[in-house]
Design a protein around this ligand. Structure first.
Ligand code: SAM
Length: 285
């Protein structure tokens, strides 16, 4: 997905600056130096992600077509027909930049077994599957709605990765419990990117049941949720200040989650300011 669709701390800051420019202009303020500085600051904030996209690997064969479909797909009709559980937005996709970033980590740690919690249209799934070994490589992707698996499957097939992708439909927590019951092998890499309010539960069930192998990597998306975990005042922002509504419950849950992981002796953690924030959590040992 193209970066203009993303919602990130940078976009939050950019919207606040835009709002200031509009207020100053309405008041007839004409201080060119001040307005030019604000516009430059906005260019910095808006320009970074497109620059990162343009300067980074495009990804495997077939990813572009899936991203184009993700961007233009008619999710509203599927939601009206009850094929989707939520009103879905193309913004949910991690896009090429982040998908490739995760795939490069999978490749660097020579991951064979990968778990993705929350697949959406499968752009990250496809990018990761592409770098997994042909012998024994597997990404298990958990997703609520079968509709999304049907959307993604032809693209997995065309990209030549279908045999390395196993999409399991239903509540992610139920699928995880089934894996534990079936004593499935632990994962080398896990990417959590589903319902933000349940991150702590996913983390606990993964870490307490040996789903991540020792030395394995857990990546968690949206840990800087539009800046709300570290700028609680955003809860009070008006629609004029911020065009994008921030679900503050998610911000609070992620602030608590980040704090918890930081003090968990079982892991090392670094939060990377990639898009909406990605935690790189490494299981010690
Ligand atoms: C942000 S999107 C995932 C994006 C995807 N990982 C990517 O890299 O493009 C979150 C997905 O999680 C799914 N989801 C939300 N709650 C879920 C749950 N309880 N169980 C399984 N999937 C869930 C949603 O349907 C949605 O497709």
């Amino acid at each position: 997905m193209s970066s203009h669709l993303m919602e990130t701390p940078l976009i939050t800051a950019s919207e606040l600056i835009q709002s200031s420019i509009e207020i100053l202009q309405k008041q007839g303020q004409t201080d060119k130096t001040a307005l030019d500085s604000l516009r430059l600051a906005q260019k910095v904030l808006q320009g970074l992600d497109p620059y990162l996209d343009a300067s980074s690997t495009e990804g495997p064969k077939g990813l572009k077509a899936l991203i184009e479909e993700t961007d233009k797909h008619d999710y509203d009709t599927a939601y009206k027909n009850k094929q989707l559980s939520f009103p879905v937005s193309a913004k949910w996709s991690a896009g090429a930049y982040e998908g490739n970033f995760i795939a490069m980590i999978a490749k660097a740690i020579k991951a064979k077994r990968v778990l993705e919690v929350g697949m959406f249209t499968g752009t990250t799934t496809l990018a990761v599957a592409d770098v997994l070994p042909k012998e024994g490589g597997k990404i298990i992707a958990l997703e609520l709605d079968a509709y999304l698996r049907e959307l993604a499957n032809p693209f997995f097939e065309r990209a030549g990765v279908k045999e390395r992708v196993d999409v399991r439909i239903g509540k992610a927590m139920d699928s995880i419990q089934e894996m534990i019951k079936a004593k499935e092998d632990p994962f080398d890499l896990i990417f959590i990117d589903a319902d933000k309010g349940a991150y702590q539960q996913y983390y606990d069930v993964i870490m307490d049941n040996g789903l991540l192998r020792k030395g394995g990597v857990l990546l968690v998306d949206n840990v800087l949720y539009k800046a709300s975990p570290f700028v609680p005042e955003l809860q009070q922002a008006t629609p004029e200040q911020l065009k994008t509504a921030i679900q503050f419950e998610n911000g609070k849950a992620l602030a608590a989650f980040n704090k918890f992981v930081r003090q968990d002796d079982r892991v090392d953690v670094t939060i990377l300011p990639v898009r909406d924030g990605v935690s790189w959590i490494q299981y010690k040992g």
